[in-house]
Design a binder for this molecule. Structure first.
Ligand code: DHB
Ligand code: MG
Length: 627
């Protein structure tokens, strides 16, 4: 697979874009005309810069409003094209993208357009250049690949082919099967882009909201399958108009682009009967989170231990060579690391008391690491002592670590190998927590698509439709990623406002990370009472909330009374019921949630605004006087 990306997809000036594209490992670059015009290097210098960076210039684009013009516009359009051919020859690229006309002067008529393209093809041919004709979804007369193909077919010139762009086809819901009627050797280039489903006019949707394949909702995989069925084996090029990406870090966006193409290609190969070429290691099934690790210092360790003890955890193991303790309850494991060296200590110095790592239980840890590396994740290693395990790990959100263990190697005996068992009170079964239900990570809004692709590409998790949740300081975007049996659920939260809890978390915490961890209990009322008995109060919930619950649902009086007394929130869907409560936050950094599910698959979204407001009241004095 040869890959390329349009310069319009990235931030910066043309040289920055070219460097970022080369560094991310693309084979080629599409020079977007506006980027070229605004830059002060000559066409020759731009071409040399791309080639020196190891890139082929796959395309010069776009050439607008060409076909179907009456005179004198027609002659002018051909003159303009000749000038662009000059530029292309200096840059050293063969192919120009002609996009379907939106000109008010254009006349319709397939044969008129075909004749214009034939003549343009002939002129290009004389200079050793080629034309690729693309239908813009909002083109005046030509707005789908099928009509564009009819024009290219009738132009009937060896230098005139079609350019397919997944956005234009999928946004209009043109049947991708029709692509298979186009001969592969008449496809000059394939541009790929995804997008979230939005109720928006096609042009605004395309110019502002395109995403990398896999980050949106469009069936880009089905589009690629149809393209491949034509025999097309040429370049796959990303063309992503996206406001966030234009403002983001070019290097990171380029890496996301490469990741999306590696994934798309691998997924496509897997769908074919006899995949050729090398496949990535398959997504290894994940059966849950083996442990969550907190980095603290000697000062905070006692406070955190008091909290986790109140939540029913008992010390069960001590690391053989580090200041690290395993706290457990019914197979739910928390690791508290207050060692003065190593990764956790660096994480503590950087972020304060925080979750510094999570460990996933997978079928094959080595395969997950290999897949992650092939998908451009950053592996992590630190020295371990003789006899201790070297647990495979990669960098995750906010520089934290994701460890992987499996049962097919010694990694499955982690607690026996690296830890010495402790048993203070073997009979203590905790307060009923049985599972890590989900982990919520806060991040910059602009990072969300990147981490979404990171998780969905490496693991067997799928995204649920995103939601906007009202924080008193603004809206918070929330996306749930979950595997099929629900053993791994990750919630990504980000907000554009600077005033939400999510945003405050980032600024005070020096970066993204875990903001809360939810545990499942089989009896939330008992669990809530046990937390109270341990001397901890939970997040206070306003009476107004309970009055509303009472009005909405016919819950028995005794249940209502317990909900009120214990600060438990409630939700219901078609399938079942949901109960949740929250601890007060630890060091104003992170908090725990406890949930009880009775056939309910969601996350209590209707309650999130109430929770956020309650946390806001506790977190710090409001600047708005209360009277
Ligand atoms: O938005 C546009 O005008 C535009 C230009 C060139 C393309 O290849 C495209 O897909 C869209
Ligand atoms: Mg395009």
């Amino acid at each position: 697979m040869k890959t390329s990306i349009a310069t319009v997809s990235l931030s910066g000036e043309l040289p920055d874009k070219i460097r970022a594209i080369a560094r991310a490992g693309f084979d080629g670059v599409e020079i977007f005309e506006n980027d070229f015009i605004a830059n002060d290097l000559s066409p020759r210098e731009v071409g040399a810069m791309a080639r020196d960076a190891g890139l082929v210039v796959t395309l010069f684009q776009p050439f607008r409003d060409f076909e179907g013009l009456p005179e004198p516009f027609r002659t002018k359009a051909f003159d303009r094209a000749e000038r662009k051919f000059d530029v292309m020859q200096e840059i050293g690229t063969e192919l120009i993208l002609v996009c379907s006309s939106v000109s008010p002067h254009a006349l319709g008529g397939i044969d008129r357009a075909a004749a214009d393209l034939r003549e343009l093809g002939e002129r290009a041919h004389r200079r050793g250049l080629k034309i690729g004709y693309e239908a813009l979804a909002w083109g005046r007369f030509i707005n789908d690949h099928w009509s564009a193909w009819e024009i290219v077919r009738r132009a009937d010139h060896p230098a005139v082919s079609i350019i397919l762009d997944s956005f234009h086809t999928l946004a209009r819901e043109v049947d991708v099967a029709s692509i298979q009627a186009i001969p592969g050797d008449k496809i000059a280039l394939v541009q790929l882009a995804d997008a979230p489903r939005l109720q928006l006019d096609l042009l605004s949707w395309s110019r502002h909201f395109r995403t990398m394949p896999g980050q949106g909702d469009l069936p880009v995989g089905a589009f690629l399958d149809a393209v491949r069925a034509t025999g097309y084996d040429g370049v796959l090029s990303l063309e992503i108009f996206n406001d966030q990406f234009r403002a983001g870090a070019a290097g990171a966006v380029a890496v996301d682009g490469r990741r999306s193409l590696i994934l798309l290609d691998d997924d496509a190969k897997r769908r074919t009967q006899n995949p050729t070429g090398r496949l990535l290691p398959a997504r290894s099934p994940c059966s849950g989170i083996e442990f969550i690790e907190f980095a603290v210092d000697e000062g905070a360790v006692a406070e955190l231990e008091t909290l986790v003890r109140a939540l029913g955890f008992q010390p069960k193991g001590r690391h053989k060579s580090k200041n690290v303790t395993l706290w457990s309850q019914n197979g739910v494991n928390l690791v508290i690391n207050s060692d003065g060296e190593g990764f956790a200590h660096s994480a503590y110095l950087m972020h304060g008391p925080a979750v510094c790592a999570m460990c996933l239980r997978v079928a094959d840890a080595g395969a997950v690491l290999a897949r992650a590396e092939a998908l451009l994740a950053t592996p992590f290693q630190q020295p371990v002592l003789e006899g201790e395990l070297d647990i495979p790990a990669i960098r995750g959100v906010g520089g934290s670590l994701l460890y992987f263990i499996d049962d097919k190697s010694d990694l499955g005996r982690l607690w026996d190998i690296d830890f010495e068992a402790v048993d203070e009170d073997g009979a203590n079964a905790g307060i009923g927590l049985v599972r890590i239900d989900h982990v919520a990570q806060s991040m910059e809004y602009d990072e969300m698509l990147s981490w979404l692709l990171f998780y969905t590409s490496i693991f067997d998790v799928a995204k649920a439709p995103g939601m906007d949740i009202a924080d008193p300081g603004g809206l918070v975007r929330s996306v749930v990623l979950q595997n099929a049996d629900g053993t791994l659920s990750l919630v990504l939260n980000g907000s554009q406002s600077q005033h939400t809890a999510s945003a405050r978390f980032l600024s005070e915490f020096f970066g993204s990370g875990v903001q809360h961890i939810a545990f499942e209990t089989k009896d939330i009322f008992e669990t809530a009472r046990a937390i109270r008995a341990a001397g901890f109060s939970t997040l206070p919930i306003p009476e107004n909330y309970y009055d509303d619950l009472e009005a909405r649902y016919d819950l028995p009086d005794a249940v209502m009374a317990d909900l009120r007394a214990l600060g438990i929130l409630y939700d219901r869907d078609e399938a079942g019921e949901f109960f949740q409560l929250f601890t007060r936050s630890f060091a104003d950094r992170f908090f725990f949630e406890i949930v009880e599910r009775r056939n309910y698959r969601g996350f209590g979204a209707p309650n999130a605004g109430v929770r956020l407001a309650a946390q806001k009241r506790l977190s710090r004095p409001s600047i708005i006087p209360r009277w």
